[in-house]
Ligand binder design. Structure first.
Ligand code: 6PG
Length: 240
């Protein structure tokens, strides 16, 4: 963002959020494929994107064979563990669209975390990611970059091992600078439980002294997609 006080934002009605987010993501994927023949997308974990992935899985207007699937973060668990982001993404999106193994670049949460981070960095390649999807936690974290974790400040690596205040404690995450390097970033937030924290993020953006990880993304290619419940404590448009 050139003017950090005015983030690029779209607000959907709560009952339209999933459909409109799926449309926005499908459109970004199609644009990338039209421009470069491929879309390298990093997916988010958590509950917010789950129904969006399910909606995307039903779309026939995306050439899924041209998509390469990466991950914004992973928990240090086996891929069969119920808390694995890979497992959630597999069941909601990758299996329904019949993605091949060659299309999927997962973070090996079952390996030694530092090794898994280094291996994932190597698999990321030199090209920027075309699209990074993110969520925001109730504490203002994004990906697995939690407030106060030293990983939030790392700028010389693309992948770090972090600690979560809630289990599973050990996480592997893209860094803020790796996310900022992407061609497009979409941060999805829904639900009234996020409203106050989101308002705090907005205040930090206006102050020019962001502290919370979600407020510290600094790319002008970041787009916030909110539902009206999450946006309910934000200042009216034009006054922020
Ligand atoms: C994860 C994430 C994380 C998530 C937020 C929001 O692995 O859980 O990638 O950053 O997006 O915690 O999660 P919810 O959508 O469940 O609120």
């Amino acid at each position: 963002m050139t003017d950090r006080s005015l983030p690029s934002v779209r607000v959907s009605a709560p009952d339209r959020f999933v459909e409109e987010a799926a449309e926005e993501i499908a459109s970004a994927i199609r644009d990338s494929i039209a421009a470069r023949g491929v879309c390298r997308v990093a997916l988010a974990g958590g509950g917010t994107p789950k129904p969006i992935y399910a909606a995307l899985a039903g779309r026939r207007d995306v050439d899924w064979s041209a998509v390469r699937f990466f991950f914004g973060d992973e928990r240090a668990v086996d891929p069969s563990d119920p808390s694995s982001n890979y497992r959630m993404v597999s069941t909601t999106l990758l299996e329904p669209i019949a993605a091949s193994e060659e299309q999927v670049f997962r973070i090996h949460g079952e390996d030694d975390p530092e090794q898994a981070a280094a291996d994932y960095d190597a698999r990321l390649g030199a090209e920027p990611l075309d699209l990074v999807l993110l969520g925001m936690g109730g504490d203002g974290h994004t990906a697995s970059l939690f407030p106060g974790d030293p990983g939030v400040d790392v700028t010389d690596r693309r992948v770090v091992v972090t600690r979560s205040p809630v289990p599973p404690a050990t996480r592997i995450s893209l860094t803020l600078s790796a996310i900022d390097a992407a061609r497009r970033v979409v941060l999805l937030v829904s639900g009234a439980s996020k409203a106050e924290r989101l308002a705090e993020v907005w205040r930090q953006l206006s102050s020019g002294a962001p502290v919370l990880p979600a407020a510290r993304l600094s790319t002008e290619r970041l787009h916030w997609h909110l539902d009206a419940s999450a946006a309910s404590a934000l200042p009216p448009k034009g006054t922020q």
